[in-house]
Design a protein around this ligand. Structure first.
Ligand code: GLC
Length: 440
């Protein structure tokens, strides 16, 4: 496998591997399941016929083409897309409701990587026999881990996600500033651009996703990890009340206080931030790879075509650490026509479909060799930083009570960013909360 961890990321990778194992085992006593395998058994996965595919809003416009390609070849097993809201929290809400009603309305679920443990432990999704998914060993191993609960497979990773720093190359060049690798360098570059380039007057320095939802958990975790802190340590225990975590959170709170992060960013989810960057309102922007295609669109929707570059997220003393994002396809425990669902998942996981998807949408594939595909690497310069971002990425806590954990993180981070709670106090409170939620 060419998708190996780079040397500089090794320490992080090892720490991550350690915390994964321990967190997974921590779930044993902490997840409310009854001491059995914790999920719905694989069963026969039988039945053919029409199915549905529940997925967050398709902002790329490409999903209908993928589904049409499937439907053309499977006239009696057509897939109907059930489009859910744009933000991760609302998508989860609808899927949970559907599962609690034991409804068969959703057959295949497009799940955020952070939901696997909760959905598997509650038996809302089926355990999947690995031998029915022949391409699994072609996928980036860390992405396959996100689809497992207690070492068993519950989904198949179709897209990955790693945070990237988008920057205005044209303006940095005009100011003679270099691409930053640290927060301090980023802020210095911003000052240089603002003082030397008249066209940059009034632009914000930086924004990520700071609205109170899953994206804030991502941005907070990245700030903490990029400053050398952790949310949970390698033993799976919360350890967020530390000087390192404080340094990370303070990059964000100070950014808001100084105005380097524009006030409006407290309302940004992915799309609001992307639009601000594309409209030329931001010099630096943290977002996922899908933004590359959108910001490069030549239909007039982007004002920055050819003017931006992509780099690693900034850290305290060098490049930062991304949160591992992405989406895995699972089969609802209440679905009809499960054999069709398996085939549709394999179709979407295939190299051909993943390649078509990255070419149209710039979303991160899970198929490892695509990151080294010469046709793609020459067309998409963001693939090298993306590969590094995903390889060095930290998973969010893999716990059944993830929704409570992420809600606690969002409340603490939001309270600090909106100046209601001093950062140190927010971390002390968060540590107390997480300690009561993650009890092993
Ligand atoms: C992206 C990521 C997902 C993350 C979400 C947060 O969709 O793929 O993992 O939770 O953004 O907004």
């Amino acid at each position: 496998m060419r998708f190996e961890r780079s040397h500089t990321r090794k320490a992080v990778a090892l720490a991550v591997a350690g915390s994964l194992v321990l967190l997974a085992s921590a779930c044993g006593g902490d997840d409310g399941s009854k001491g059995d395998t914790g999920g719905a058994a694989a069963g026969a996965l039988e039945g053919r016929g029409p199915i549905t595919f529940a997925t967050g809003k398709d902002t790329s416009g490409f999903l209908p083409k993928q589904v049409a390609a499937w439907n053309a070849d499977h006239p009696t097993e057509k897939v109907e897309v059930k489009e859910l809201p744009e933000n991760a929290n609302d998508q989860r809400q609808q899927m949970v409701q559907n599962a609690q009603n034991q409804s068969d309305a959703f057959s295949v679920l497009n799940m955020d990587v952070v939901w696997t443990s909760e959905f598997a432990a509650n038996k809302w999704i089926l355990q999947l026999p690995e031998d029915k998914f022949p391409d699994l060993d072609k996928l980036v191993p860390a992405t396959v881990e996100t689809a497992k609960y207690r070492d068993k497979l519950y989904a198949v990773p179709i897209t990955s996600d790693g945070g990237l720093l988008y920057y205005r190359k044209d303006l940095l060049d005009q100011a003679g500033a270099k691409v930053p690798t640290t927060w301090d360098e980023m802020l210095a570059a911003c000052l240089a651009v603002q003082s030397k380039v008249p066209a940059a007057k009034g632009m914000g320095c930086y924004a990520g996703q700071f609205e109170k939802y899953e994206g804030l958990t991502v941005n907070f975790s990245e700030a903490v990890n990029s400053a050398g802190g952790v949310i949970v340590d390698k033993d799976g225990k919360p350890n967020v009340d530390t000087p390192e975590a404080l340094a990370g959170l303070e990059e964000l709170t100070k950014g808001f206080q100084s105005g380097a992060i524009p006030k409006a960013a407290i309302t940004y989810k992915e799309e609001e931030g992307r639009r601000a960057f594309q409209e030329g309102k931001l010099l630096f922007h943290r977002n996922w790879p899908y933004v590359y295609a959108k910001a490069s669109a030549t239909d007039g929707s982007s004002k920055i075509v050819g003017k931006f570059g992509v780099a690693a997220l900034p850290g305290k003393t060098g490049p930062g650490v991304s949160s591992l994002g992405g989406h895995d396809y699972a089969i609802s425990a209440f679905a009809k026509n499960k054999a069709t669902a398996v085939d549709f998942i394999n179709f979407m996981a295939s190299e051909a479909r993943q390649k078509a998807n990255i070419q149209a949408t710039s979303q991160a594939p899970t198929w490892a060799s695509l990151y080294d595909d010469p046709a793609l690497t020459s067309q998409f310069p963001y693939l090298a930083p993306l590969k590094a971002s995903i390889l060095g990425a930290q998973p969010r806590p893999r716990v059944v009570k993830y929704n409570d954990v992420t809600t606690a993180i969002q409340e603490a981070a939001y309270s600090a960013l909106s100046n209601k709670t001093p950062p140190k106090q927010a971390l002390t409170d968060l540590q107390t909360k997480l300690s009561s939620l993650i009890t092993q």
